[in-house]
Write a protein that binds this ligand. Structure first.
Ligand code: ADP
Length: 402
């Protein structure tokens, strides 16, 4: 497959997947290709890609690949199919930019060093993301690579929301609520403005990104004023396999009663909890909905998920002083009318009134015309936000200095 003009490569590496997309350098809304390597670390790692120019969709099982091997596979495949020299710049979603990084920036040696230093605190994401940057540097050292931080969207949160009630000396070291899913939230706000106008985007908005990882953000005047995830993505509402917020005393209790080590605790709250932990069968909402009438554990897991999200929406509405728009996104938020209904029931007091047919059809607006709160479903797109950031930085750096 050949493109006549250079492309931007957007890489969105998750804990078990790498999504990638190619955009035209001159028009980053022009997506040329999209693909994903899924089930990384499992025995049936799969590779899929859609060539949006209309030919060859590819889907193949590629064995059992760890992150480094999956990254190598992707770079080799891109080199063969497109040619690495036709890629003008690469943007990477970097899950954790800490307290320092409020916008996207090119990878420098210093930035890479800093990320390596903090990668132990984001073991699910950062090591794999850094491995991908290293690999591309080895293959094409001169190719510009840009870091797009998922934490950047929340950097201007007020102190009252950012600060954790722990000794100040730890806050001074950067231990605070960072928040994540920032690329998705930024995209949702852009889409809200495009679809509903600037006034709606300046209003009191709650964004619910509900995928395997799930978090909510309270946004006013286009700025994040609070978010459910914390210093790590394990905090907030329950997720597929992450616990969300817990009693901090649990660590000590389990250390005493089960001799649980910090490593085991970390593994439990990230990989064995949430929907999987409560249902004991699956982390996937589709599976749980299928069996909820015959398996009370599945029903309880879904009920807990919806209840905690509803509670978070109530809390954020209080933080915002009311609510104008509620947006659902992510695999669950975009695709499950049942979950949306259950989250929104009891929210009538806030002015949320869902319209059943619109909700079932997953329309853009799923609330009634009379609903005081506009409830929307938006298909999120983190890759396009990466491409836009890369283009902005590349254009800026190619401008002659004044
Ligand atoms: P990630 O956070 O890994 O990017 P996604 O945003 O793709 O994940 O969300 C994945 C989750 O979306 C799945 O685990 C599944 O629970 C849920 N999901 C996808 N389609 C549906 C559907 N039709 N109904 C209910 N849940 C769905």
């Amino acid at each position: 497959m050949q493109f006549q003009t250079p492309s931007i490569l957007a890489i969105n590496g998750g804990s078990s997947s790498i999504k990638f997309a190619l955009y035209s350098m001159s028009d980053p809304v022009d997506r040329r290709m999209y693909g994903v390597i899924d089930r990384i670390g499992l025995k049936d790692t799969t590779f899929r890609s859609d060539d949006l120019s209309g030919t060859v969709p590819v889907s193949q099982c590629i064995g059992t690949l760890d992150h480094r091997a999956a990254a190598t596979f992707l770079v080799d495949w891109l080199d063969k199919e497109i040619g690495l020299d036709l890629i003008a710049a690469v943007g990477h979603r970097i899950v954790n930019g800490g307290v320092q990084h409020a916008c996207s920036e090119p990878f420098s040696d210093a930035l890479l060093l800093e990320l390596r230093r903090v990668s132990a605190w984001a073991p699910e994401h950062l090591p794999a993301e850094i491995a991908m940057v290293d690999l591309i540097r080895e293959r094409r050292p001169e190719l510009p690579q840009i870091a797009c931080f998922d934490t950047a969207f929340h950097r201007e949160m007020p102190n009252v929301a950012k600060t954790m009630a722990i000794p100040r000396r730890l806050t001074a070291k950067g231990v605070e609520r960072l928040g994540f899913h920032g690329l998705s939230f930024a995209f949702l706000m852009e889409e809200l403005e495009r679809n509903a106008g600037a006034e709606a985007a300046r209003g009191r908005v709650i964004l619910a990104h509900l995928g395997n990882g799930a978090s909510l953000a309270a946004v006013r005047n286009g700025k994040s004023i609070d978010t459910s995830m914390g210093f790590t993505p394990a905090a907030g509402v329950p997720m597929s396999t992450r616990s969300g917020d817990l009693d901090p005393g649990l660590l000590w209790y389990l250390a005493q009663s089960e001799q649980m080590t910090p490593q085991q605790f970390n593994h439990m709250v990230n990989h064995q909890s949430g929907l999987l932990g409560v249902s004991e069968t699956s982390s996937d909402v589709r599976d749980l909905l299928d069996r909820e009438t015959t398996d009370s554990r599945a029903a309880e897991a879904i009920a807990m998920f919806c209840y905690q999200i509803r509670k978070c929406i109530g809390g954020f509405a209080a933080a915002l002083g009311g609510l104008d728009t509620l947006i659902f996104a992510g695999g669950i938020g975009e695709n499950s009318p049942v979950v949306r209904t259950r989250i929104c029931q009891e929210l009538g007091f806030l002015g949320v009134d869902l319209q059943a047919v619109r909700n079932d059809d997953g329309e853009q607006v799923i609330s009634t015309d009379a609903s005081r709160v506009a409830v929307r479903v938006i298909h999120t797109d983190e890759e396009i936000m990466i491409a836009k950031s890369v283009r902005a930085i590349m254009n800026h750096s190619s401008r002659p200095s004044e």
